[in-house]
Design a protein around this ligand. Structure first.
Ligand code: PGA
Length: 254
């Protein structure tokens, strides 16, 4: 099996001022220093990116953004582009988070354009997919995952160097305390990898990291990480406190 370096990513959403974010990033760096065999990333709000970049400099912790526009520049009031994020020190960008899809009208097509732009500028996209409660109850989970993966990557050339990451985030598990069971997460991750295999080819599908997101905490990360197709986590609420996020980064029991 391919070796995939686990990635533990914190999505700070619309929390923390620049000063608070810089302090939290500095504290986190101290707490995870020396953690081996895991990559760590934090995604603060746009305005906090410079403060977090400064705090993370030289720590090995990667910086990410939570969204971006697909154009490089132009009359798009309120937006930020891939070249801006790269210049600010970002290595990753979260794209198609369910909050963006549900609250801000993002579609598979806008997500696809963003993935293409991120890759063109050397930013690693974290492409988020996941079903709602209603879709799961209607037995449509696998169909939804297939569609979001296929449409999010349609016509885009991905290489091993692209660093594409996919995050499985069941909408019913985000911020609700209802974590998916390891078996249920594994079933979805396996399906996503199978679909990635059809879209990107098997070797690339096998080297692509698939993160789980949805109420991940220090107490449930270890059992999730035991699943063969689960390569890390995208963490919201539990990433806000450096100590709790560090507990997730140090998920290995031994
Ligand atoms: P949560 O959020 O960990 O607070 O459930 C996860 C996410 O939205 O990425």
């Amino acid at each position: 099996m391919e070796q995939r370096l686990p990635l533990i990513a914190g999505n700070w959403k619309m929390h923390k001022t620049p000063a608070e974010a810089g302090r939290a990033a500095g504290e986190l760096a101290g707490l995870v220093r020396g953690a081996a065999g895991v990559e760590v990333m934090v995604a603060p709000a746009f305005v906090a990116i410079p403060a977090v970049a400064a705090a993370l400099s030289g720590t090995g912790i990667a910086l990410g953004a939570q969204n971006m526009h697909w154009e490089d520049h132009g009359a798009f009031t309120g937006e930020c582009s891939a070249p801006m994020l790269v210049d600010a020190g970002c290595a990753y960008v979260i794209l198609g988070h369910s909050e963006r899809r549900q609250l801000f009208g993002e579609t598979d097509e806008t997500v696809r354009k963003k993935v293409a732009s991120a890759l063109a500028h050397g930013l690693k996209p974290v492409l988020c997919v996941g079903e709602t409660d209603g879709e799961r109850d209607a037995g449509r989970t696998m169909e939804v995952l297939d569609t979001q993966v296929a449409r999010g990557l349609d016509g885009i050339s991905v290489t091993p160097e692209s660093g594409l990451v996919v995050a499985y985030e069941p909408v019913w598990a985000i911020g609700t305390g209802r974590t998916a069971t390891p078996d249920l997460a594994q079933e979805a991750h396996a399906r996503i990898r199978e679909k990635l295999g059809k879209v990107l080819g098997k070797p690339l599908a096998n080297s692509t990291r698939i993160l789980y997101g949805g109420s991940v905490k220090p107490g449930n990360i270890a059992e999730l990480m035991e699943m063969p197709d689960l390569d890390g986590a995208l963490v919201g609420g539990a990433s806000l406190e450096p100590a709790s996020f560090a507990g997730i980064v140090r998920f290995r029991r031994t």
